[in-house]
Design a protein around this ligand. Structure first.
Ligand code: URA
Length: 438
């Protein structure tokens, strides 16, 4: 079928022959299909949707448009599992989860991203660590996965190249917000890392990528079903992002919190509850345990024995960071020149938080990017962010701001005060784990 004929079918709401989807995506990877044709196709999908089978075909074709990793030759003594999230604020889950499940016998080749919009990026956070190289040669990546159980790196050259073009066109043609296209884009990249099982963390709430709870739910269901049908058993959890997940947002500040959590501090914090639920799913999906109870016991042991922290320390060192990072992190992490408490104008109880605004404030402080090619200031952000239900007053601040200058600190403080709604009534946080899709 000519590309224009495939576009015509979708435009007219007709079913697409599945093998033609594959040929079209291969044509995108080979540059035989033009940006105009990609734009027309994505708009037709945006308007008319796709059947489940069509989304599976688009996903597998995207996955297979470039290099698909193979782990068989390494004879790893455990399953290859990974987690992906739709992104959030104070979402340092990957940094704790990867080492934690690796300490329980899983192997985690985690390809992570940079900050996008208001959300923080795992790679930006890891680059707070001097020397950490998120772009190792492929052999080095395999070696680190094998020796430590986890390597968190950035996306390199030939992984799902069709998605790079499709996403670039969607970004400028108002076709990002389409569940079939988001599903195929996320999974096309993720499944190219040759996984035995995947766990997906789909966020819901004021800091989530999807605009409404219904859309988040629809995406979670779509991802779990499509990935499983594409051959990678996948569970999707719907988790709360109506306030920052950890009580900090930025880069180095989130690394500091990660180290504390890996040392076993605050095991019942909100971020650890979400991380633990995802970890249980990964151990079960990887068949490393037979029950939830067994998973919880194994995870508890890996945390309290220091095994999870040890895996993190080894990963950091093997990817170029300092050997004593865990012991002397304060010696290595950048600190901001201005560190100030942000007090509320009036005392009150935190009722709700505009989490997207908090994330954008971190970006404006310099902790994220306003342009693709900009660099990131690792030292800035917020720490000790008050949670929904906390009382704040002239003793207990809304947060501590870390900024480059007094002016930047004052601007961020004003933005944070605007983002937090205070009241007199007691308030409770939204349920952390809202649903599970298998
Ligand atoms: N993230 C992706 O990788 N793709 C999308 O389409 C949306 C978010």
């Amino acid at each position: 079928l000519l590309p224009q004929e495939l576009i015509r079918l979708k435009r007219d709401g007709e079913p697409l022959p599945l093998e033609e989807i594959e040929a079209f995506v291969q044509g995108i990877a080979d540059d035989r299909i033009s940006d105009a044709q990609i734009g027309a196709f994505t708009m037709a999908v945006f308007l008319n949707g796709m059947s489940r089978e069509e989304v599976v075909a688009l996903t597998t074709a995207t996955r297979d448009s470039g290099h698909v990793m193979q782990w068989d030759s390494l004879n790893l003594p455990g399953p290859i599992v990974d987690k992906h999230s739709t992104g959030g604020v104070g979402d340092l889950v990957s940094l704790v989860l990867g080492p934690w499940v690796a300490a329980c016998g899983a192997f985690v080749p985690m390809i992570s991203g940079r900050g996008l919009g208001h959300t923080g990026g795992t790679l930006d956070k890891l680059e707070s660590i001097p020397g950490y190289n998120p772009y190792p040669a492929p052999e080095r990546f395999s070696k680190v996965v094998k020796s430590t159980g986890v390597a968190i790196i950035g996306q390199t050259g030939n992984l799902a190249p069709a998605d790079k073009r499709i996403y670039g066109v969607r970004d400028v043609t108002a076709t990002v917000e389409s569940i079939p296209l988001i599903t195929a884009s996320i999974l096309g990249k993720k499944l190219a890392s040759g996984l035995d099982a995947l766990v997906m963390d789909v966020k819901v709430g004021s800091g989530a990528f999807m605009p409404t709870p219904e859309k988040s739910r629809e995406l979670a269901k779509s991802i779990a079903n499509v990935a499983t049908q594409a051959g990678t058993p996948t569970t999707a959890l719907l988790t709360d992002m109506s306030q920052p997940l950890a009580p900090c947002a930025g880069n180095a500040v989130e690394i500091v919190e990660t180290l504390a959590l890996l040392r076993g501090e605050r095991p019942d914090s909100r971020v650890m509850q979400v991380t633990r639920e995802l970890a249980v799913e990964m151990l079960m999906a990887g068949k490393l345990v037979a029950s939830r109870e067994e998973a919880l016991a194994k995870l508890e042991k890996a945390l309290t024995s220091g095994a999870a922290a040890d895996v993190f320390a080894r990963m950091v060192h093997e990817l170029g960071g300092p050997a004593d990072f865990m012991e002397r992190s304060e010696h290595y992490l950048a600190t901001a020149p201005v560190i100030q408490a942000v007090y509320p104008e009036q005392s009150g109880i935190v009722q709700c938080i505009d989490t997207r605004a908090v994330g954008m404030s971190v970006v404006e402080l310099g902790g994220g990017r306003l342009r693709n090619d900009a660099s990131v200031d690792h030292s800035v952000g917020f720490s000790e962010i008050a949670e929904v239900g906390d009382r704040v007053d002239n003793q207990r601040p809304l947060a501590i701001v870390h900024a480059r200058s007094e002016d930047a600190a004052a601007r961020a403080a004003a933005q944070l005060r605007d983002a937090v709604t205070l009241g007199d009534a007691p308030a409770t946080a939204d349920t952390l784990l809202q649903d599970t899709f298998r």
